[in-house]
Structure formats: C-alpha cells, structure tokens
Design a protein. Sequence first.
Length: 179
Amino acid sequence: MSILSPEEALKKELEQDQVEHDHHHPTAAAMTNHVVANLAILWTKLHQYHWYVKGSEFLTLHEKFEQLYREAANWYDKIAETLLAIDAKPFSTTEQNMKYTFLEESAANKYLPAHDMVANIVDDFRMTRDVVQRAIKLAQEQDQPVLEDVLIDFKGYLEKEIWMLQAFLGKTALEDEEE
C-alpha cells in the first residue's frame, strides 16, 4: 500500500465524492452527508437565534436554542463518526457544508421576531427529517444497519422537537406540513 500525499488523498476523496453524489444512483453515505451539512448550518443558525432572540419569550427561547445547538453538535459528531465507521468520508469543511446543505441562512434572520425564528427551525428540522428519511431508505437498500439505526434515532429526535416547537407556536405537530 503506497502512502498518498495530503493533496493526492484529497484528490482521491473528491473523485469518490463525485461517484457517491451521482443523483441518479445516490448512496446512503452521500445522502447522510447532506444531513451532516444541514447539521453544520443548523448549529450556526441556532447560535444566531440564541444570541439575537428578543421579546417576552427571550428567557425560554434563549435556553431552548442553546439546548438545540448543543444537541445539533452531538448529532453532527455521532452521524459523522458513524460514516467513518462504515469507511465513508463525512464532510469536514465549511465549503462542503455550504455546497451540500438543503438549508438556507441569512444574517438578516437575527432581526426576525422570535416566533419566526422558531418557525424557521421547524422548517429546517422538517427538511432535515425528510433527507434523513431518504438516507434511511438507502441505508436499508445498501445493507448499512448501523447507519440506518443512527439515522432512525435522529429522525425520532427531529420528530419530537418538531412537535414541541410547533406546540410552542400554538400548532399541532403536523400543521403547516408540506406534502
């Protein structure tokens, strides 16, 4: 086995990344990397909301956003390490995360009313949950039971948080759900 230089190893990884991200034949690892990218963006977005939330719900939401960004960091690490355990390469750069996330962020969001911040997080959790569901299906098809189990746990976490955040907004868990 020859030892690759860092540049050669990166070139090989980027070539593999192109193969895995063939949208006609996605892999469970590639789809899960979209989840990793979403979590990286969520972590930043939740910090923004944690720091800038205002109004009568400040204390409640300040603590909730902190809880959520801590949990996002834990899931980010757990899912990335699961990818490593199946010999896949989790995204590890801001460039990759920005390229492959399905979430949007904006510096202007720090000025949103508190309830709009919560509604945005619900939307982001739903988008991430939907990507997780696709990754679970691919993990089943590609006989990746450990990845499947971690993703199922993460999906359950997202569903519970969606319900709780929707309740905070005075809505049912499925209200405003796009089909």
